[in-house]
Design a protein around this ligand. Sequence first.
Ligand SMILES: Cc1cc2nc3c(=O)[nH]c(=O)nc-3n(C[C@H](O)[C@H](O)[C@H](O)COP(=O)(O)OP(=O)(O)OC[C@H]3O[C@@H](n4cnc5c(N)ncnc54)[C@H](O)[C@@H]3O)c2cc1C
Length: 494
Amino acid sequence: MEGKAIIVGAGPAGLTASYELLRRTQIHPVIVEESEEVGGISRTVNYKGNRLDIGGHRFFSKDKRILRWWETIMTKTIEDSERELLTINRVSHIYFLRKFFSYPISLSKDTFLNLGLRNALRIGLGYIRARLFPTEELTLEDFYINRFGRPLYELFFEDYTTKVWGKHPSELCADWGRQRVKGLSLPVVLEDYFRKSTRGEDRSKEVEASLIESFRYPKYGPGQLWECVAEDVVRKGAELRKGQSVRKIHVDGNRVRSVDIVGSNGEWTNEVCDYFFSSMSIKDLVAALEGIVVPENVRRIAADLPYRDFITVGLLVNKLEFLKEKGANLLPDTWIYIQERDVKVGRLQIFNNWSPFLVKDPEHTVWIGLEYFCDENDELWNMGEEDFIQMAIGEMENIDMLKRESVIDAHQVKVKKAYPAYFGSYGELEEVRRFLDTIENLYCIGRNGQHKYNNMDHSMLTAMEAVSNVENHILGKDNIWLVNTEQRYHEKVY
Ligand SMILES: Cc1cc2nc3c(=O)[nH]c(=O)nc-3n(C[C@H](O)[C@H](O)[C@H](O)COP(=O)(O)OP(=O)(O)OC[C@H]3O[C@@H](n4cnc5c(N)ncnc54)[C@H](O)[C@@H]3O)c2cc1C
């Protein structure tokens, strides 16, 4: 099998497609990436030797192919002895009412002490009521209440979900919960607690992903793995064009024939192709189609697809000051959910605990990431970098997490379309999918490429399935879209 494939995006999906094409076919991959980096949202930003993981990327998967793939890439080579996959213990808490709760919520003595007897009783009664009188699950609010009861939902899910999505859970589709929270409910949390306390950890049993307690992690962050893949595919013959953006996609006779690409210098080029793999957003993809009649409805749905954007601030702080009053035992946390209602920050990453190699001086400094969810061009997005950093430090002070004097340095990173959102025209996405599937050699892969809340492993699997279809001359695309829809795949709550 020969020819040329244009692959839009050097994120996990695009790089996996390229790697698999080289491994399984004679097709020549040309990867077009609009930024100057590889790894997409899973890249690692190197700020003066301190590495910022955008979001904190756990490497875990239920698919053995993916686990093997990661191991293979991260095996030390003669040229690169830094390749290594660490195994990290996940330690996570919820910070709420200026107190730390275990995550996911457990029935520990601390939880009862933190919440008080009255709240604990309310939660119990609310849960019984929800089980006796479940509501029809139309919204995310219904979904949470059916599984946790109203009091627990109001305490732990309502405000945080609103922070993440900028919308109240009653305005969000229940699909998101089904896909992300799936198996997690009060009984599952209780079972996990009792299993551990009565029989010890039973590692052979499948646990819900929200309860997964260790994960793999590249020594220098997720970006290291994707930089290694990029290096490997280029060595094996792929072309990687950074700083170039695919803007027009020319279709003729139900096949993509060529694309128009604009470089960072403003120069336009046209590139013909035999196959087209897209990890660009469906919104941009549909808008870029030329030479094919796009039904008005499909254009509207794609144009209205919603996204949630993301800003993260890396703060380098003096280790001795950080969390001093809260006790050093909290430092093992990989990340902390900030549920406090009086601040906008959503999560706090402690990168030292993901990998000490992310931090230039892990002995004397703590490198943390403060995460904010926002919409492109809203007030947060448009704030100047310095003002934003000052606001972030002020919030940390306000919730007693650190002192301003302990901050040594700071860096801000903005990420557009970090989350494909499940509201607005999302409910009509199927119509867009059916239309796109009529273009024979177009393969929609990845997270925004499918407008699905895909993790790295799902994004990779969509690429692997697409390459299988090319290799085996399969015209249908169902297998590609089916990744991450099966009910037994679980993910973390937020
Ligand atoms: C906060 C956060 C936490 C996360 N945590 C985890 C985790 O713990 N574990 C996990 O497995 N996953 C996690 N993820 C998900 C993971 O980041 C994504 O699944 C993965 O990066 C998606 O890969 P992708 O290649 O589909 O898309 P992306 O990573 O978005 O890459 C797409 C690439 O395409 C490029 N591009 C877009 N349009 C064009 C164009 N027109 N022309 C050229 N290039 C273009 C972009 O610049 C980008 O580089 C997290 C995500 C977020 C936001």
